[in-house]
Design a protein around this ligand. Sequence first.
Ligand code: SOE
Length: 381
Amino acid sequence: MSLTVGFLGYRFMGKAHANALARLPMFFPDAPDVERDVLIGRDEEALSAAIDQLGFDRYATDWRDTVDDVDVFYNLGPNNLHPDPSIAALNAGTHVFCEKPLAHDLDAAKRMASAARESDMSTATAFNYRFVPAIQYARELVESGAIGEVYHVRARYLQDWLVDPQAPWSWRNSADIAGSGALGDLGAHSIDLAQFLLGSRVERVSGHLRTFVNDRPVPGADDSDALSAAGSDSRETRPVTVDDAYSAQAAFANGAMGVFEASRFATGHKNGNTIELNGSEGAIRFDLERLNELEVLRGDGRGFETIHVTDDADPYVDRWWPAGHNIGWEHALVHENYEFLSAIGNGEPYEPDFETGLAVQRVLDAIERSDERGEWADVRA
Ligand code: SOE
């Protein structure tokens, strides 16, 4: 089978997914053939350079002209651009892969999930960390009962790229565009991982959000990549209307207790995504900064054992290098694209889809409501 794809967005995520597609024929030759057809954006000069760099045939400046031109539409734009183009693509009979969080607010996420339900098309929400081999291995352990009944889930996603008050403003600081800050950008990953590993959904939350710096300098011409931009000396500022950090307590349907935290002000952490589960028979601990490892405590063990999830028998590992040859952050995106495109090719269901994205969005919404009201909030159906 051969699929044509169109990407809306060509910066960080555009590059990450284009890299994933480029790796497929070499390492996952059983995946459908993919033609990188069209790259969609606004800046023609940047687009014309990007199509060469990312291996696309052409570019377009309006998603309306292209969403029904391709077999699969990748929505890699800012969060408030997720709903309309994704819904238009689904209505046009195009499969849709969308970055996380599914949308900038719950209503929009509901509209997207309902368009997906009404179509026959496959959808994906980009919870890429599910596809790290150690996370897949952890899921197998939890499912097989190896750690028994799970009592606690503790998930943190820590970054520090906004500690400098002069770090430039970007769309990630705007409630209109992003919806929320660290909560939606990073918390969405933690909440999805927790629900995935546990096989249970969050039912109630108590949330706390905080913005530490209320205005930031407008970005300079070279600040297109906000995460690595140096401090800006511009005197003109824009308001930060999202959280810089959040924390939440959560009650899961199966009785487990959850504690979540994410920050863009966690000095010393660049991309610290950790999750720990404690159960009646053992525990597991994962740290993205050591993604080839999983720490496991079993039975009456006195301490965690480090498992190197780099064996041929481990998920996806045999597709890459001989056992013990580590893989990195980008490999999880290759696995994610392999699974999604194969599901389309084989006419099989794919998970995490828009329904899963909506489930996470409901938790994000409850955390914000809880913070506003100063009390626990139910995750609304
Ligand atoms: C920025 O905070 C970011 O790129 C997120 O948007 C990604 O989802 C996360 O994986 C890494 O950090």
